[in-house]
Design a protein around this ligand. Structure first.
Ligand SMILES: NC(=O)c1ccc[n+]([C@@H]2O[C@H](COP(=O)([O-])OP(=O)(O)OC[C@H]3O[C@@H](n4cnc5c(N)ncnc54)[C@H](O)[C@@H]3O)[C@@H](O)[C@H]2O)c1
Length: 342
């Protein structure tokens, strides 16, 4: 089965592409290769995929790729997005272009070419945050995004919904919780901490470090999306998560323990504006309907992850240096909590 994967050179998209290849699917991979995209993630399957460098905001280019090879893909699995909350605080408009306009382009093209399934990768962040002890969000809960990133993802979700209601496009939305694992760009918490701790540098911790996230090993997430592609019901939304809720400082503590480093590396920094306190989702629906359940426990996953970055430290440090050059440049232009909107 020919499928199109957008954002396939990113962290989760590449894990899904590698899984899809192992299951005999034929992926046509599309990625703009922004700072977050890297073909090294697809190296192990490069002879089993077709890769196209293209921007989903460029409708004509994506249309040509969909039509190429004589027949369109049966399914589009849509990961491509701007994904970093801090960058969305600095430059919200670029998130609308990639995440909303890009998604709407893909929906129009899927409709035009008669694509049979459109799997939209959203995020648990569209629900907004939760108080400690409250039950996890369910798929029927209202959306209440708090950052420009989550607002742009929620906007995309609404277009996905509207294309099914208005035009009958077969769509499914999934809302995963925080992923971690090999190949994640080190501007995100876990690889950033590993890179800094490995080099004996200070580790920035937002506020008190008590913010809670639910952690999902990336291979579990890719497997969930495959199950939804095969068994998910048209028009439905599925949360994807685990029972592994951790405070940020607990996550950092686990990394330091595995690296044999001390807590003195942790340095508190001013909190992110609008920082959501807690995310948690109820996963009963995907478990009941597809049989999927997260398999990798956090203890096991974080150990594997720390080991992988240790074995791939050249990649990690190269990317960490790129991420730092970007952050330092922004601080020079806009100050510590700078934003283009000021
Ligand atoms: N990482 C997480 O914890 C997490 C959790 C929930 C949902 N998600 C969602 O999963 C998806 C993938 O996330 P990720 O962590 O792999 O992100 P990522 O930033 O690692 O990868 C995103 C990929 O999309 C590509 N891309 C960005 N803009 C593009 C454009 N306009 N056209 C084509 N390609 C473009 C980038 O080059 C990159 O390869 C995103 O939609 C994200 O919102 C991520």
């Amino acid at each position: 089965m020919k499928i199109m994967i957008t954002g396939a050179a990113g962290f989760i998209g590449s894990a899904f592409a590698r899984l899809a290849v192992s299951k005999g699917l034929l992926p046509v991979c599309v990625d703009k290769l922004s700072y977050a995209g890297d073909l090294e993630r697809l190296k192990s399957v490069s002879d089993k995929i077709h890769f196209h460098k293209a921007d989903i905001a460029d409708k004509e280019a994506i249309g040509r790729i969909i039509a190429s090879g004589g027949f369109p893909p049966r399914a589009i699995v849509h990961f491509a997005a701007e994904t970093h909350v801090d960058r969305s605080i600095i430059d919200p408009a670029s998130f609308i272009k990639a995440n909303v306009t890009g998604t709407e382009n893909l929906l129009e093209l899927a409709l035009f070419h008669g694509v049979e399934k459109f799997i939209h990768i959203s995020t648990d962040e569209v629900y907004g945050d939760l108080l400690a002890g409250a039950a996890g969000f369910r798929e029927t809960d209202c959306l209440a995004p708090n950052s420009p990133y989550s607002a742009s993802k929620a906007g995309a979700d609404m277009f996905v919904r509207a294309f099914r209601k208005t035009f009958g496009l077969p769509v499914i939305t999934v809302r995963p919780s925080n992923n971690y694992g090999p190949w994640q760009y080190p501007e995100k918490l876990i690889p950033l901490c590993i890179a800094r701790a490995m080099r004996g540098e200070s580790i920035p911790l937002y506020g008190t470090g008590e913010n809670i996230r639910t952690w999902l090993f990336v291979e579990d997430c890719a497997e969930a999306i495959l199950q939804v592609l095969e068994r998910g019901r048209d028009g439905e939304t599925y949360n994807i998560g685990s029972s592994e809720e951790k405070m940020n400082r607990e996550v950092i503590g686990a990394i330091l323990k595995h690296l044999g480093k001390g807590e003195e590396l942790v340095k508190s920094v001013p909190d992110r504006p609008g920082h959501d306190f807690r995310y948690a989702v109820d996963t009963a629906k995907i478990e009941k309907e597809t049989g999927w359940k997260a398999r990798v426990r956090f203890d096991e996953g974080i150990e594997k992850t720390v080991r992988w970055y240790g074995e791939n430290s050249d990649w990690l440090f190269r990317k960490a240096d790129e991420a730092r050059a970007f952050t330092d440049g922004l601080k020079r232009r806009f100050g510590e909590m700078g934003t283009k909107t000021k």
